[in-house]
Design a protein around this ligand. Structure first.
Ligand SMILES: [Zn+2]
Length: 199
């Protein structure tokens, strides 16, 4: 016999980041007791999102269609490519800066101990985009973490090997900080004063 539905629901909610047993219980009780309508909407949207949201074929950001809105937008500057770790970082840069180029979303950062290598970050696809010859500058906007720095170093080599100029956001970003939590002014300044990565 399988576990009661309520127990299964609580267990399933624990898939969310930062949600432990207690919080999952509270969420389940809340939905059942006070938020049936919201719960049904959530369940339907969750099912649709899991089925229909994939990755953009060019930048790997989330997208319902083959190309995301940014990649499909012909007025974006195709010679500048900004590489970020996550969709949230992409959004932070888009909101904080006047960047009009295109993006590549790694969906992570190099972390050999967690089994995240070049393959998991789609670097083959990134290499193909650089090979296409349209891109002249690759702006590396990985986080100021140890793994983010290692990823930046790897990306700079990838770019140089293809005669693409790698640049990095200026120092001044809080160490260990994820871009999405950096305030707008700081991010905008770091982006605007980026400099070429030297070997
Ligand atoms: Zn895209």
């Amino acid at each position: 016999m399988s576990a009661p539905l309520l127990d299964q629901l609580i267990e399933a909610l624990r898939v969310l980041p930062g949600v432990g047993q207690k919080t999952a219980q509270r969420m389940a009780y809340h939905l059942l007791e006070r938020e049936r309508e919201g719960g049904e909407k959530l369940s339907s949207l969750l099912a649709q999102a899991m089925e229909r949201i994939g990755h953009c074929a060019q930048c790997r950001d989330f997208s319902e269609s083959e190309l995301c809105a940014t990649c499909a937008n012909n007025s974006r500057e195709r010679s500048q490519l900004c590489v970020v770790e996550s969709p949230a970082d992409r959004l932070a840069i888009e909101n904080a800066t006047g960047f009009r180029g295109v993006y590549f979303v790694l969906q992570g950062r190099l972390s050999p101990l967690d089994g995240i290598g070049p393959r998991e970050l789609g670097l083959e696809l990134l290499g193909q985009r650089l090979d296409a010859g349209e891109i002249t500058e690759m702006i590396i906007a990985t986080s100021a973490t140890v793994e983010g720095e290692a990823t930046a170093h790897y990306l700079a080599q990838l770019a140089r090997a293809r005669q693409v100029r790698p640049s990095r956001l200026a120092q001044g970003l809080p160490l260990g900080g994820e871009l999405e939590f950096v305030d707008r002014g700081t991010l905008s300044h770091a982006f605007g004063t980026r400099s070429e990565v030297r070997e």
